[in-house]
Design a protein around this ligand. Sequence first.
Ligand code: ADE
Ligand code: ZN
Length: 324
Amino acid sequence: MPKVELHVHLEGSFDAERIAQLAREAGEVMPYDKESVLSPSNLDELLTRLDWWCGLVRTPEQVERQAYDLARRLSDDGVVYAEVIVNPTHWSALRRDVLLEAVSEGFARASAQGLCDAWLLVSLLRSQTSDEAIELVAELERRPPSRLVGLSIDGNEAAAGPTGERFASAFALAATIGLGRTAHAGESSGPEGVWSALDQLRVTRIDHGVRSIEDPHLIERLIDDSVTLDVCLTSNVRLLYGTIDLHPLRQLVERGVAVTINTDDPATLGVNLTSEMALAETVCSWGIDGAIGATERAIAASFASDAKATELRRMLDVFAAQVM
Ligand code: ADE
Ligand code: ZN
């Protein structure tokens, strides 16, 4: 099936082999062994590791290759369009504009070769200040990286506290310059994080958002405003619920919330979109119609141009005609 992914982090696309290679190239000793480097036990540990291995990336060429390799892996998995989150705070050895342009170049090279068409969501870290957020968006307005489609927020909401008010001005500016808006919420925060993302940041979709299930009024609001939750099952099991049996995907779907299926940090979690779609099938038993529906919703919620969205719908229609 031609698939679309809206919630995948470039920082989570490093496999153990690549991390070991970057450590060698940077002359650094691995503080983790190769077997356990990709097994953080909670979100804070994951974020610390992302800082460490992204900090090993020292040149634009290494970034370009990582971006290209992710697009190629997505392609190998049948993903035809992706919006990839990049949080510059993890990449401490590189200037932000250099990083974002190198990512764009890697995606452009892949796309020119007919591989997955990948675009860029630049992400704020939860713990950044209001001024830092505004400065980032102002820079994106002055010199937009060539594959930029939107602004995002990630990091640990539980540790950084509520960020709606702090980032409201930056998100308002992002809206005026035509950027798509999304934010992680309802993962390391409860429903209040989702309310805040909707009311103060005016996002059109939520990364994770699964803890919305705890608030029936919020569920109504998500449905009324056609907000999409970009859900990542294995990530939520690993960092939040412990077991797939406790995951609320099925309840969200049954109540009529628009959900899409995504990988979050594919190499770290050892998943791809096909395996996450298969896991969603075990939870929802929604058949091929359900998988096609999730992809239709991903196209609708994407920040792709109208022409691109039309092209993606046609590809999906061709597939649907073959299998139904
Ligand atoms: N950055 C990478 N993965 C993340 C996650 N699951 N939650 C918040 N920030 C992240
Ligand atoms: Zn994420």
